[in-house]
Design a binder for this molecule. Structure first.
Ligand code: FE
Length: 351
């Protein structure tokens, strides 16, 4: 396994790059905008293909690298379902997994620092974001923070992990890089409390100044969505309302780019084909299934995903690959449902 812990000295943020092998797929956790070039360089050096970029929560102290990485690599941006970020490509909930080739992260919802804080468990380690820090815990006094919820997240979820589990936080201000659950249980001064009320009182008396970047970072991080208007201007977008009217048309093929777990959880458009974003290049290339489908039948290819991010990137790629009948549903299944489009939970054909 390849595992890299990178540090941004301005915001004291840790960013993690994980892959199962050289030449394989990689994912990145909590990237910082100013460091994007460094991540891309490292990915090139290690011969990695960045396919997912994940934030543990909406950060207040730095601008996320999610949007820039998506624009540069066409990776899938991932956050938890409670995130207020305008549009990420994929939202995950507790019990779901974030998967790439050879790597799987279990999603835990651990609110408290913010109401959109998540932790990710991978084999022998956990990425705790700002929920649990080394000998500390994330502040709970802004962004819908809640000390009571944080106590439950830490005591009810994180400290229930095996004590030898490595703890990799999103920040450290003292130079520590890694800890374990057992170590934090024993030595973290904030966790030496007898009750939730004691914890709430402790967190209420910290009197911290707001992060310097807060007024800039929070609004910026809420608007990392891909600008789908550009795709619309090129005439490649279909509104969800119009897409519903195209549902029974024989000359239109609906193509779902989402992953299996998203389809199971949120349903899919009846009769649509399943061609995961992961395999897009293969499917749209000369000889690929979607290329052939468009060529042989002249059908309009109508891509869709969760919120229109992956499908917007797919349209662009498909048009570039010569599929001139490629369009996408602006806003994805989310918009489709709001337009009263029907969904089914039955499995449909895999391309
Ligand atoms: Fe934070």
């Amino acid at each position: 396994m390849l595992f890299r812990q990178l540090f941004d000295s301005v915001s004291s943020t840790y960013t993690y790059i994980i892959a199962s092998r050289h030449g394989g797929e990689a994912l990145i956790i909590d990237p910082v905008l100013e460091k994007v070039e460094r991540y891309l360089q490292l990915a090139r050096e290690l011969d990695l293909k960045l396919v997912k970029a994940v934030d543990t929560h909406l950060h207040a102290d730095h601008i996320t690298g999610l949007g820039a990485l998506r624009d540069r690599t066409h990776c899938v941006t991932v956050m938890g379902e409670h995130s207020r970020a305008d549009i990420v490509s994929m939202r995950v909930a507790e019990g779901e997994r974030i998967e790439i080739e050879g790597v799987s992260l279990d999603v835990l919802y651990t609110p408290g620092h913010t109401d959109d804080s998540y932790s990710f468990v991978m084999d022998d380690r956990v990425f705790t974001g700002d929920t649990l820090l080394i000998r500390g815990t994330g502040r709970t006094d802004f962004q819908n923070g809640d000390a009571r919820a944080q106590y439950d997240s830490i005591f009810g979820k994180l400290l229930k992990l095996p004590s030898e589990t490595f703890v990799f936080p999103a920040h450290d201000y003292k130079g520590d890089t890694v800890s374990t659950i057992g170590e934090e249980k024993q030595f973290n001064p904030r966790l030496q409390v007898g009750s939730v009320d004691e914890y709430v009182e402790l967190m209420g008396n910290l009197k911290l100044a707001n992060p310097k970047m807060m007024d800039v970072a929070v609004p910026a991080n809420m608007h990392i969505g891909l600008h789908q208007d550009e795709i619309a201007r090129k005439g490649w977008a279909v509104s969800a309302v119009d897409a519903v009217l195209l549902r029974d048309r024989r000359d239109v093929a609906f193509v779902d780019l989402r992953e299996k777990h998203e389809r199971e959880r949120h349903g899919s458009i009846p009769g649509s084909l399943h061609a995961p974003y992961h395999d897009l290049q293969e499917n749209i290339a000369e000889g690929g299934m979607l290329h052939e489908l468009a060529e042989a039948t002249g059908k309009r290819i109508l891509f869709y995903c969760a919120y229109g991010e992956r499908s917007a990137m797919a349209v662009e790629a498909a048009q570039e690959a010569g599929i001139k009948t490629a369009y996408h549903i602006a806003g994805g299944v989310d918009a489709w449902k709001k337009a009263n489009g029907p969904v089914t939970r039955q499995t449909s054909r895999l391309v």
